[in-house]
Design a binder for this molecule. Structure first.
Ligand code: SAM
Length: 298
């Protein structure tokens, strides 16, 4: 009985929004009613016992804390933009990662958050407002239509690309799909497979577009999918382009043991989280541009 549902015993995670509150104060406040520790990998992430529900907690309601999973919170940390940078979030709503970027940048610099769908722009606006971030500009439009040479975007130094995906790594969706082969990232039924192929076509295009921004030094591609088609296959398909632009894959969270499926050389550099073991199934790849020898030392 004890092992019937191992997911139940997983801890809860909450991210302190350091734009509004420091981590020690949050621990003190949350610690009044719950056992709380700091996560050992993701800064500003608190770990609470399984089953704790903080949805109605005043610190969540007022935007001092966000209920964001650990895997999702690893994405902005993998990008690690510096305070003062210009950063582009290509597919931004609802904005969890946008405001995480703002916190990591200590509110300094500029984040451009692009979102295609009008209704979701409203959600994005609300998330940003609740977070207290004041350095985010929203672009309502198609990321693919952004001109990398436009002076507004030419100085972008980091891009976070978290495009629409099947969501197959998130538990609610996973329930319909829980087949042993999925955890290996392989076959899906035909309808799903058609949808996933369509998504992957967009993901490839968006990632190639992101690589074309002239000043980008760091680029993170992430999904909450467990399918190889949306993950390793997308990365593999852009590698020749990435290399021609002087990018190479880097290793986000080298201490994290679960890496990419071994389907291309270097796949051990990308990162996976597992929907059962790690609560959510995410995929993270980090591209870093090699400094050219005649670089001005940026
Ligand atoms: N990064 C977000 C977060 O952590 O809160 C989640 C992003 S969600 C996976 C993908 C978003 O991209 C959706 O809101 C979707 O409407 C938007 N999107 C899809 N196609 C787009 C496009 N061509 N340009 C800009 N945004 C797009």
């Amino acid at each position: 009985l004890k092992n019937q549902n191992p997911v139940i015993s997983k801890p809860r995670y909450v991210r302190v929004n350091t734009l509004k509150m420091d981590v020690e104060s949050a621990i003190q406040e949350i610690g009044k009613t719950n056992k709380v520790t700091k996560d050992d990998m993701v800064p500003d992430m608190l770990v609470l016992p399984s089953g704790v529900d903080l949805h109605d907690h005043p610190l969540v309601k007022n935007g001092s804390m966000f209920l964001q999973g650990k895997a999702s919170s690893m994405v902005a940390v993998a990008l690690s933009p510096k305070p003062g940078w210009k950063v582009l979030d290509g597919c931004a709503a609802p904005g969890n990662k946008t405001i995480h970027l703002a916190a990591l940048m200590k509110g300094k610099g500029n984040i451009i958050a692009c979102e295609l769908h009008k209704e979701r722009v409203k959600v994005l606006e609300d998330t940003i407002r609740r977070s207290g971030a004041t350095n985010v500009d929203i672009v309502h439009g198609d990321f693919l239509d952004i001109d990398p040479k436009d002076p507004l975007f030419a100085k972008v130094r980091a891009i976070l690309l978290d495009p629409s995906c099947s969501g197959s790594g998130i538990s609610a969706k996973r329930l319909d799909h829980l087949l042993p082969s999925y955890s290996k990232g392989h076959d899906v039924d035909t309808a799903t497979s058609q949808r996933v192929k369509k998504l992957a076509a967009f993901q490839r295009k968006a990632l190639a577009h992101a690589l074309s921004f002239p000043d980008v030094e760091r680029l993170v591609y992430s999904t909450c999918s467990i399918y190889q088609t949306e993950n390793e296959d997308v990365i593999k398909s852009v590698l020749p382009l990435a290399r021609s632009l002087n990018f190479e894959l880097a290793t986000p969270f080298p201490q994290w043991p679960r890496r990419g499926l071994p389907v291309f050389e270097g796949s051990e550099l990308v990162l996976r989280t597992d929907p059962t073991e790690d609560m959510e199934g995410f995929f993270i790849a980090l591209f870093v541009r090699k400094k050219s020898t005649n670089s001005s030392g940026k």
